[in-house]
Design a binder for this molecule. Structure first.
Ligand SMILES: Nc1nc2c(ncn2[C@@H]2O[C@H](COP(=O)(O)OP(=O)(O)O)[C@@H](O)[C@H]2O)c(=O)[nH]1
Ligand SMILES: [Mg+2]
Length: 311
């Protein structure tokens, strides 16, 4: 498919064109990624969208929760929902992704929804770098609510915050132990904490956990955006707490809209610019292997060598 065909397809709302464009964005082949960049540039920035990053331990119910939220969001005919999932285990096989797909059965059958696992290249920062382009392509295709699912491990957890306007942490009703298990870093950036699986025997424990988090979140210094983080008790399975969550998301969007959102997105783009420079520089290092070899053989100090190469 040519760039023009992809652009026309995306304009017409053809999900296959969008998928193809995202595949190009994720490609390690320069020419393909270039096409994806040009498509994004063609459509230009979409400011009136909400990017919701959702993280949490494996099995806490992220996919189930996202499906319930997506289905509820689509009761509003002005909404179009895209779900991107970053799953480290998907690097090797597509197994876990298939699992996610089946869990999002209802949502994936709805025409205003688009669901796509974000493949992680094995390049540095590849996971989120590619996902960022996927977000932009979904927005180009007219999806105005983007839900990004990521397992809260490793660098993923902070990088997903760099892709989102609104950052959500899902936890299970585990009480105090749970609170300590969560890295401070995540707590600090969470705008909404959802205590999921508040059903059956876990109901009471969920309320207690929610109170603990509420207290912890009130103690932490306010974010730059002056938003006081919220705690929601939910059961993705029984579809409880979903509408209250969506209302909080809307509140948040109104809170940041016109004031903080675009500034925040610019800050994020500066981060990604540096990340991309880092990536390009590192990928160039191998070019200097021969110079390094002969320099060292000839007794030049590594410090001198580096300066000679770069200056
Ligand atoms: N009891 C209960 N189980 C849930 C709830 N949400 C998800 N689960 C179950 O937890 C398991 C993991 O869910 P999944 O959405 O795949 O979690 P993820 O790994 O965070 O995406 C599945 O067996 C779900 O059916 C919930 O609200 N209550
Ligand atoms: Mg999942």
């Amino acid at each position: 498919m040519t760039k023009e065909e992809l652009i026309n397809g995306i304009k017409k709302g053809d999900p296959r064109s969008l998928s193809k464009a995202i595949t190009f964005a994720e490609s390690s082949i320069e020419a393909k990624q270039e096409i994806a960049l040009q498509i994004i540039e063609y459509f230009g920035p979409k400011e009136d969208t909400l990017r919701i990053g959702i993280t949490g331990a494996p099995g806490v119910g992220k996919s189930t929760f996202i499906e319930s939220v997506g289905v509820n969001l689509l009761k509003d005919p002005t909404k179009k929902v895209a779900v991107l999932s970053i799953d480290p285990s998907s690097e090797i096989s597509q197994g876990s992704i298939l699992g996610d797909k089946t869990r999002m059965n209802k949502l994936s059958s709805m025409s205003a929804a688009y669901i796509r696992p974000s493949s992680s290249g094995n390049n540095l920062g590849g996971v989120s770098k590619n996902t960022r382009l996927a977000v932009l392509l979904c927005e180009a295709a007219g999806y105005n609510t983007i839900l990004i699912e990521s397992v809260g491990v490793g660098q993923n957890e902070t990088e997903i915050a760099k892709l989102s306007d609104l950052f959500v942490l899902l936890i299970s009703p585990g009480g105090g132990d749970e609170l300590q298990g969560i890295k401070r870093g995540i707590m600090e950036v969470a705008d909404i904490v959802v205590v999921n699986k508040a059903d059956g025997n876990n109901k009471n424990q969920a309320t207690i956990t929610a109170k603990e988090y509420s207290m912890a979140l009130h103690l932490k210094p306010k974010n730059e955006n002056n938003w006081v983080p919220k705690v929601i008790v939910a059961s993705a399975q029984e579809k409880q707490g979903i509408q209250p969550f969506i209302e909080k998301c809307t509140d948040f969007n109104n809170h940041i809209k016109n004031r903080w959102k675009l500034k925040h997105r610019k800050q994020q783009m500066k981060y990604w610019a540096k990340k991309n420079i880092e990536y390009l520089l590192l990928s160039k290092i191998n070019k200097y292997n021969d110079t390094i070899d002969s320099g060292i053989e000839n007794g030049i100090l590594p410090e001198r060598l580096a300066k000679n190469i770069l200056e």
